[in-house]
Unconditional design. Sequence first.
Length: 248
Amino acid sequence: MRTYVLGDIHGQIDQLRRAHALIADDQAQAEEDAPIVHLGDLTDRGPASAEVVEYLRRGPVSGGRWITIRGNHDFMFRLFLDDPLARDPGLNPAYTWLHDRLGGRETLESYGVEVPDDRALADIWAEARARVPVAHRVFLDNLPLLHRTDQAVFVHAGIRPGVPLVAQAPTDLMWIRKGWLDDDSDHGLLVVHGHTALEEPAHYGNRVNLDAGAGYGRPLVPALIDGRDVWLLTEAGRVPLRPGDALG
């Protein structure tokens, strides 16, 4: 089964639209409407998280369905809206979602919430609750943690090696790095993920990392997965991504 897939978006609406345009061009040439999987982290760091959430919430006008996976940044945003003092168990306790490194401020500002350093947290939270549409909260609440096909599984951060998919902990699916990024075992399925930003997508044989750093201003690179074969989509067309390869 063919599947188009995008890595972490991080509030970059222009990059998201550009990536979808590349996918639409490829779909037109292939004359096939395959689903599009978004690997999570819709929000934070970039300037237009609210627009990204609304764009993906509305879904495709035509063509294959869209599947949007929950990322750790999406979960932290949603957690803040329920309780600004709640702690995501995957987050370093030295940080909060509003720390400059996380990008929560930019997300709230995209909804029109002012977040100066001297503003009381309770006031920020109250305005966020008023400005973030209920429809956005419901959309984020219902994002799945993974999507699988016969030969691939799509997840935000990765999987805990040796643990069946049905027993994977949500915190691992959204946060895992240690014990995962250095694991070269065969997981049965090709694992397609984001979360750990690279300079460009990379294929490691047992997994593919498509987080090319859109949250840090780099391009969002869409890919086509056909079985375990991977192609990156560029303005020049498809570029195969094989084990050991990276774009460029």
